[in-house]
Design a protein around this ligand. Structure first.
Ligand code: FAD
Ligand code: DHB
Length: 389
């Protein structure tokens, strides 16, 4: 098999890249190790930055998002039993975010790819990328028990943190931090208890209230690293959420049947460079952020937009300039998201060895954000997204 761009992985990065290339008249083949149902049901991100929303619309993949997604003009910060709303449009010259689940973004992009795009091969596992420093890189893969080779002009590794592409970038440097806590995430069949997201800092740990629709809530609790999701009963989860969201007014948490529970570890990770020869890394294959800043999917979108633009530029002009700048262009935005995600994580979580001094510092940082327009604007600009490119 032969194609212009071999894409490994059909998460948001790989699927959107295939769509962008298709729109630019460049052919591609997507290899995905899992089956379609698995990819469409994997519960993850929920928040799309303004720039991501614009990209999906521009790619012709925004129709259902615009119908069913929920535009959010702010978030609430909750601490010390107090509530403070951050008003995004007022602080950023009109920007907002969209609540539209990653599952739905993937479903929309898969449907478009199957209808209009090139091959999208599920249950096809990439085994290795070979010849990245030649002008004919190859992806060796296994499908229906047999090994085969995809010959390409370019390979883009969109295969997430556990993929194989990164190992074909020699002499890379990694920058990493793990955190001594995880998130226990639940989906519940109950109307969200607030119409915007609530990020809560509490001595007992962080809690986040989010949503998937007007009738489905998505909530997260900070739990110790290595927690088994089933070690928490439904009642224990609701009781703990109620404590961490406590306020001095009459706000209350609505409870409902929990339909899914899972634990996500927290990690910061960057691999530099994001390119070796004709192999490019995009999304979680190159970098991970802790989820507190809602940045992972949005970074993946930025990477593939940057790659698609660079390749279209090469096709139009014959110049490799933008492809050569790919890694540096992406990394600048990646490090801003790393910084913001780290700041949000350390602002809101209680580390197991945290001292009372650190607790007071968190409250002082929150006091600053909620009383200085400059500090609040900094948060609003970062949350609604850094420019791509
Ligand atoms: P992935 O989604 O990991 O996709 C990689 C794909 O490659 C997968 O389908 C995988 O099966 C496939 N693959 C792997 N290895 C191979 C192989 N060898 N051969 C073929 N295929 C392979 N981000 C946000 O922006 N906002 C949020 O609100 C947010 N919340 C989050 C909440 C949670 C609980 C979690 C876990 C993550 C959250 N994220 C959020 C992060 C976001 O989900 C990821 O950053 C995003 O999925 C990255 O997309 P990707 O396409 O790069 O990688
Ligand atoms: C969601 C996840 C996040 O990491 C976040 O910061 C906000 C919302 C969500 O899944 O809805």
């Amino acid at each position: 098999m032969r194609t212009t761009v071999g894409i490994i992985g059909a998460g948001p990065a790989g699927l959107l890249l295939a769509r962008l290339l298709h729109n630019a008249g460049i052919d591609s083949v997507v290899l995905e190790s899992r089956d379609r149902t698995y990819v469409e049901r994997r519960q993850r991100a929920g928040i799309l930055e303004q720039g991501t929303v614009d990209v999906l619309r521009g790619a012709g993949a925004g129709e259902r998002m615009d119908r069913e997604g929920l535009r959010h003009d702010g978030i609430e910060l909750r601490f010390d039993r107090r509530r403070h709303r951050v008003d995004f449009p007022a602080l950023t010259g009109g920007r907002s975010v969209m609540v539209y689940a990653q599952t739905e973004v993937c479903k929309d992009l898969i449907a478009l790819q199957i209808e209009e795009g090139g091959p999208l091969l599920f249950e096809t596992e990439a085994l290795a990328v070979e010849g990245a420093d030649t002008d004919r890189p190859r992806v060796r893969f296994r499908r229906e028990g047999a090994e085969d080779v995809l010959e390409c002009d370019y390979v883009v590794g969109c295969d997430g943190f556990w993929g194989v592409a990164r190992s074909a970038v020699p002499d890379g440097r990694t920058f990493e931090r793990t955190y001594p806590f995880s998130w226990l995430g639940i989906l519940a069949d109950v109307a969200p208890s607030h119409d915007e997201l609530v990020y809560a800092r509490h001595d007992r740990g962080f809690a986040l209230l989010s949503m998937r629709s007007p009738s489905v809530s998505r909530l997260y609790l900070q739990v110790p690293a290595d927690t088994d999701a089933d070690s928490w009963s439904d009642e224990e989860i609701w009781d703990e959420l109620e404590r961490r969201f406590e306020t001095d007014d009459d706000w209350s948490l609505r409870r409902g049947p929990i339909t899914q529970k899972s634990v996500t570890p927290m990690r910061s990770y960057v691999h530099e460079p994001m390119r070796h020869g004709r192999l490019f890394l995009a999304g979680d294959a190159a970098h991970i952020v802790p989820p507190t800043g809602a940045k992972g999917l949005n970074l993946a979108v930025g990477d593939v937009v940057t790659f698609a633009r660079a390749l279209a530029h090469r096709t139009a002009t014959g110049s490799d300039d933008l492809l050569d700048a790919y890694s540096a262009t992406c990394l600048r935005r990646v490090w801003q998201a790393e910084r913001f995600s780290y700041d949000m994580t350390t602002l809101l979580h209680t580390a197991p060895d945290a001292t009372p001094f650190e607790g007071r510092l968190q409250l002082a940082r929150l006091d600053r954000i909620t009383s200085s327009r400059a500090a609040e604007t900094d948060l609003a600009e970062a949350y609604t997204g850094f420019p791509i490119g």
